[in-house]
Design a protein around this ligand. Structure first.
Ligand code: OGA
Ligand code: MN
Length: 197
C-alpha cells in the first residue's frame, strides 16, 4: 500500500464509482503472514450485529466468526499501518474526513454466509468507507463465499468478488448493499471500516 500508483488507483475509483476491487495491493510476504496468523487464531467468536441493546446473535443473518485487530502481532501492525497510509492519502485527495480505522478478522467456515446488508451503523463515528481484504488460499470456482456488491437500490449486482487471497475491495459504506454467499470452504478475510467523527 506504499505504492503511489495503487493508492492513486484506489482514490480515482472511489471518486468515480464509489468502489474498487484490486488484486495484489499489499506486499506478498505480508499477505502470507496475515494468512498464517488468522488461520492459527483460536479466539475468533460468533459475530454480532448492531450496537448496544440491539446487539444480538442473529444466526439467520450472518454466521461468521470474528476477532478485532489490536496490532499486538506484527502482521496485524503492518496491515494497520498500511491502512493508515491509505487513510491519510484519501483524506488529502477526497476530503472524506476519515479519522480512524477499525478492522476484524473473519472466518467463515463451511456453510457460513452474511445476508444482504449495509455497513453503516446508527449514531456517531459513522462508518464511511469499508475495506475487505481476502485471505482465502486456493479459492476456486465452485468454492462459494463470493461477495456480491449491489447498487444503491439493492437490486442490481454490480460485482461478484471471489474471496481470493490478496484481493481487496473498498467501497463507500452507505452506498452499497452487499452480501456474502455461503462458503463451501474455510474463508478468511479482514473486514475494516474508516470512520468519521
Ligand atoms: C462485513 C462484510 C464482506 C466479506 O463484514 O460487514 O460485509 O466479503 N464482509 O467478507
Ligand atoms: Mn458488510
Amino acid at each position: 500500500m506504499n505504492d503511489k500508483n495503487i493508492i492513486d488507483q484506489i482514490i480515482d475509483n472511489i471518486a468515480e464509482d464509489g468502489y474498487i476491487i484490486l488484486q495484489n495491493a499489499l506486499d506478498g510476504i505480508l499477505v502470507q503472514n496475515l494468512y498464517k496468523h488468522v488461520s492459527s487464531l483460536t479466539s475468533l467468536t460468533k459475530a454480532k450485529i448492531g450496537r448496544g441493546s440491539e446487539r444480538q446473535r442473529v444466526k439467520k443473518i450472518r454466521s461468521d466468526k470474528t476477532l478485532w485487530l489490536e496490532g499486538k502481532e506484527e502482521s496485524e501492525r503492518t496491515y494497520l499501518e498500511s491502512m493508515e497510509i491509505l487513510r491519510q492519502a484519501i483524506n488529502r485527495a477526497l476530503y472524506m474526513g476519515l479519522v480512524e480505522y477499525e478492522a476484524h478478522f473473519a472466518h467463515y467456515d463451511e456453510g457460513a454466509f452474511y445476508q444482504k446488508h449495509v455497513d453503516v451503523l446508527k449514531g456517531s463515528n459513522k462508518r464511511l468507507l469499508t475495506t475487505v481484504f481476502y485471505l482465502t488460499p486456493d479459492w476456486k470456482e465452485g468454492d462459494g463465499g463470493e461477495l456480491l456488491i449491489y447498487d444503491e437500490e439493492g437490486k442490481t449486482v454490480l460485482a461478484k468478488v471471489a474471496p481470493k487471497i490478496g484481493t481487496i475491495v473498498i467501497f463507500l459504506s452507505d452506498k452499497f448493499p452487499h452480501e456474502v454467499l455461503p462458503s463451501k470452504i474455510d474463508r478468511y478475510s479482514i473486514a475494516g471500516w474508516f470512520k468519521g467523527t
